[in-house]
Structures are given as C-alpha cells and as structure tokens.
Design a protein around this ligand. Structure first.
Ligand code: ZN
Length: 260
C-alpha cells in the first residue's frame, strides 16, 4: 500500500521514527508526505532525504497564504526543482471553511501553483473545502472546477475527496484522480461510500491525511500512515473485491501518478 498523503512533519522526531516503523510493519511500502507551507517544505525535504521510501511535495495550502504571492511562488518553484524527492505540487487549493485569505488571493495562488506544476511536469494535490453552511461546499467545488477548466490542468488528485456525486463525476471526467481518507469509515458517510462504489478502482488512491482524520476504529487517536489499511479495507468492502486487489491497483495508480 501507499499512503499518498500524510503530514509526518507535524510529529516530533521521536514519534516520526516510531510511526514510520509501524507503517512499514503494516505493509505501507511508500509515503508521500505533503508540505503545506514554505516553513514546512524544509522539514519535509529533510525527511524525504532520510528515507528512500518517503517523498514530498512543494506547495502552499490555502490557509497558509501571504500577500507576497510573487516571492512565495518563486520559493515553491525553487523547491520543485528537486526532481528526486519532490513529486508533486501540493497541497494547494481552496479553503472556504477557514477563509483565512480572500478568495481572489486563493484563486491566484492556485492558478500560480498549477502553472508551476505544469512547467515542472508534476502532478498537483488539491484541497477543496467549503464552509459548513448549506450549499457552501458546492461553491468551493464549483470554483475549483472552473479554475481547472480554465487552466486546462488535469494531472491532479482531489485529496480527501469530500464533495458530492456530481462533483466526483465532473472531476473524473476532467481526468483527475480521487483519493480517500479514513472518513470513508465513518458510519454517517454513506454518500461518500456510494461515490467510491461509482468510481473505477484505477482512478482511486489511498491516503490517511495523518495526523488528521483517523479512521472510525481509531477515532480519538492521532492518525498515522499505518492506518491506511483501514481505508483499503473499506474500499474492498464497498466494492466487493479482495483487499489484495485494492492494494495492488491503488499502489499501481500512485506509482504512476507520482512517478515513485
Ligand atoms: Zn493534508
């Protein structure tokens, strides 16, 4: 299995060692550790330099934006030159839940970072979250889809997919991958399980988004890459296929998508 989205930089050095060892024991062969800010990128790169089965990304999360877009994009572009260890631009996108930056600025950063991905021939990891008010998640996804259509950028994954069935279909039509976290195992998420059922296995990747979003069996605990097996199990159950098939195909998908 591959955990295509973790944030190991949020763990202490001591915890990192233990968490990585447990992931290996659980059968996690590779990890893509996603950076979220300029500060993050140095830590993430150090980790990716230490372990040959961990890679990282370059990118600024929509909650970490500054007014100095030119300087920040330049830094992302510099980090992205590390072809050996940086395998995607991410995580980038829209966050209308926290709305920490004006939406215009969020759009500009997203377009700018998609341009960098395009220039470097890297895939993008997209975050998309609306505010909790009814209809607001749809607004975030509408904006994301509009930006993808306008830029023509297709080599992307909708990370921790949490939209509705129509948005999933639209993103798949555009050529994106969808990746799913432990929220798939929450009893209340039947609609998300229906989306997994309708999504071909060769368009799905596994992720934990650890330390956030622990699977149901680990709710209340800190999430970690070893728990990606819960996501694989959930997908196998939803699709009625053997676990090894989910592991094999999602691993192949991630290896192809990230070039790892
Ligand atoms: Zn994340």
């Amino acid at each position: 299995m591959i955990d295509t989205h973790a944030h190991l930089q949020t763990f202490s050095k001591k915890d990192q060692t233990a968490v990585i060892a447990r992931a290996r024991e659980a059968g996690v062969r590779k990890i893509v550790n996603a950076a979220c800010s300029l500060l993050d990128m140095g830590d993430c790169l150090a980790l990716a330099d230490t372990y040959d089965f961990i890679w990282t990304t370059a990118g600024i999360h929509p909650t970490e934006l500054t007014d100095n877009i030119e300087r920040d994009l330049e830094r992302v572009s510099e980090y992205a030159k590390n072809e050996k260890r940086v395998k995607a631009i991410g995580e980038i996108g829209l966050d209308y839940y926290h709305d920490r930056a004006p939406r215009d600025l969020q759009h500009a950063f997203l377009v700018g970072q998609l341009n960098i991905a395009d220039q470097r021939g890297l895939p993008a990891i997209l975050h998309c979250r609306g505010s909790k008010a009814p209809g607001e998640n749809e607004i975030a996804f509408m904006d994301l889809i509009r930006i993808l259509e306008k830029t023509g950028f297709k080599n992307a994954v909708a990370h921790c997919f949490s939209g509705n069935a129509i948005e999933a279909e639209k993103l798949l039509d555009l050529g994106l991958m969808l990746s799913f976290t432990g929220i798939l195992t929450y009893p209340e998420n039947d609609a998300l399980r229906d989306i997994v059922k309708a999504t071909p296995l060769d368009r799905i990747m596994l992720e934990t988004d650890s330390p956030y979003l622990p699977p149901h069996a680990h709710r209340g605990q800190r999430n970690e890459p070893a728990f990606v097996v819960d996501v694989a199990n959930a997908i196998a159950e939803i699709k009625g296929v053997p676990l090894h098939e989910v592991e094999l195909i999602t691993t192949r998908n991630a290896e192809r998508f990230f070039g790892i």
